[in-house]
Design a binder for this molecule. Structure first.
Ligand code: DUC
Ligand code: ZN
Ligand code: ZN
Ligand code: ZN
Length: 501
């Protein structure tokens, strides 16, 4: 029967430990976990011997069907969530981004309309506070109600001509989040410095994609990380920093995490750990432009591994994709001016395999930490725990059966995303999803993709997550599955480790 499923002989990996047990699913919910389960006849069985049974990934950061910088993303909510499922991700959280002056509620309704009938997996929404007024503040109060189910708001410190808030408005918006027990998120880059540097570079004749990187170096990011943390601390608010892209930014975050009154969380991206900033110098415009996202990939070659180590060490708490894909024809808008290249990269499909390759296969993180940063921590922070992010009785049956021996070479020629480029092109990865179960339904079936358009539901995310406003602590750090790496020694050589004063 379609609605009964048994996953046998696997090793269940949750963020707090590993257990050898079978999983029985009925009507989209995990009903039993254990050995020698009594199962009704006619139940489909998946043999997971030698495989890991993990909570499906939660990608806390996507942009599907977004119009920005004069273009529309290649991936819509169907193609985007289909690609997510193909890669082992079973929940995504997208961003409602209102135009300046637009009602947040109206923009929210637009997003629901774009997504509800297209999503192949469950999804939630963050809402961008892209301008500030008493009306916006009032709408934030409405959006956190049970009717709308939003518990997180994103503010931009960059994109000076469109979405940026000044520090006064940012302070007010963060304060409002704290009053509502919602989570403020920030895009941390100094938009004024970027605007001036862009003018100077263009005047000096630098027009190619490398100008994007040159206009906004690491300190342009870390200054904003620090400033956002200070503002949140003044507002006595927790804070979540999206897409952290540099070692300097992680260092700034770590200083804040050690002294801040309220929790501060940092997210990095698949792009950051899976590729690097050398591509901006590629002589092919399309290739270089495909890597343009904000904040940019960094020239420092030690960045990707340092970011993986930061995830392993709990200096960063989770990894998203910021999937925001543009076809070549759209990237070409910026052919004579790097500042006009639509910002964004792929990653929703490859996030899990890329981090497995760079984090688990290298021994930098154990599978439990992999589950934490790809799934469980997002569920906890956005208050979906333990419905999502956990393989346990009563949790949703969003499960990935992971084959640590599965091999593939990532390529745009065969990826499921709509976009015509892949920033991980040619990378060989070992370990990947063999089965992906979405709400109890086998949507990746021994490598065969069988998603259902519209199968996913909108997830109302309640305010006041105990991992943001309560006593619950995000990190466990008490499992001991691999030889502990001496990662916290202060003199570690190619150092992502930061002083903990
Ligand atoms: N950065 C991107 O690269 N794309 C979407 C928005 C953002 O902040
Ligand atoms: Zn952003
Ligand atoms: Zn090229
Ligand atoms: Zn984004």
């Amino acid at each position: 029967s379609q609605n009964r499923l048994l996953i046998k002989n696997g090793r269940i990996v949750n963020d707090d430990g590993i257990e050898e047990a079978d999983v029985y699913i009925e009507d989209g919910i995990i009903k039993q976990v254990g050995r020698n389960l009594i199962i009704p006849g006619g139940t489909r069985t998946i043999d997971a011997a030698g495989k890991l049974v993990m909570p499906g990934g939660i990608d806390p950061h996507t942009h599907f069907e977004l119009e920005m910088m004069g273009a529309k993303t290649a991936d819509d909510f169907y193609k985007g969530t289909r690609a997510a499922v193909a890669g082992g991700t079973t929940t995504i959280i997208d961003f409602v981004l209102p135009e300046k002056g637009q009602s947040l509620l109206e923009a929210y309704a637009n997003w629901r309309e774009k997504a509800d009938n297209k999503v192949c997996c469950d999804y939630g929404l963050h809402v961008g506070v892209t301008w500030w007024s008493p009306a916006v503040q009032k709408e934030m109060k409405q959006l956190v109600s049970e009717q709308y189910g939003v518990n997180s708001f994103k503010m931009f410190m960059a994109y000076r001509n469109t979405w940026m808030l000044d520090d006064y408005d940012l302070y007010c918006a963060i304060e409002t989040c704290a009053e509502l027990k919602a989570l403020p998120q920030v895009h941390a880059e100094n938009g004024h410095i970027i605007a001036r540097n862009t003018e100077k570079l263009l005047a000096a004749g630098v027009t190619r994609p490398e100008g994007h990187q040159l206009s906004r170096d690491e300190e342009v990011e870390s200054e904003a990380v620090n400033r956002a943390c200070v503002i949140a601390n003044q507002a006595n608010s927790p804070l979540y920093i999206v897409h952290m892209m540099s070692k300097s930014a992680v260092r700034a975050l770590q200083l804040a995490r050690n002294k801040q009154k309220q929790p501060v969380y940092g997210e990095t991206l698949a792009a950051t750990v899976g590729t690097d900033g050398t591509h901006y110098r590629n002589s092919c415009f399309r290739h270089a432009a495909a890597h343009v996202l904000s904040p940019p990939l960094r020239p420092d070659p030690s960045t990707p591994q340092a970011m993986v180590e930061a995830l392993a060490d709990d200096h960063l708490q989770l990894i998203g994709s910021d999937n925001c894909t543009f076809h070549e024809k759209d990237k070409e808008i910026g052919k004579g001016n790097f500042s006009k290249i639509p910002n964004g990269v792929n990653g929703v499909e490859d996030r899990m395999t890329i981090l497995w390759q760079k984090g688990v296969n290298t021994g930098i993180m154990d599978p439990c930490r992999f589950v934490a940063v790809t799934s469980s921590s997002a569920a906890k922070i956005f208050n979906l725990w333990p419905q999502k992010g956990r393989v346990a009785v009563n949790s949703d049956a969003d499960i990935v059966v992971w084959d640590p021996r599965l091999e593939k070479t990532i390529t745009a020629a065969s990826h499921k995303q709509a976009v015509d480029f892949n920033i991980f092109e040619g990378q060989h990865v070992v370990g990947g999803p063999q089965y992906v179960i979405v709400n109890g339904r086998v949507c990746l079936d021994d490598g065969e993709l069988r998603v259902v358009e519209g199968l996913g539901k909108f997830l109302k995310t309640p305010i006041n997550s105990p991992y943001v406003y309560g006593e619950q602590n995000l990190s466990h750090g008490d499992h001991d599955l691999l030889e502990p790496l001496s990662r916290d020694s202060p003199d570690r050589v190619n150092g992502s480790s930061v002083p903990t004063d």
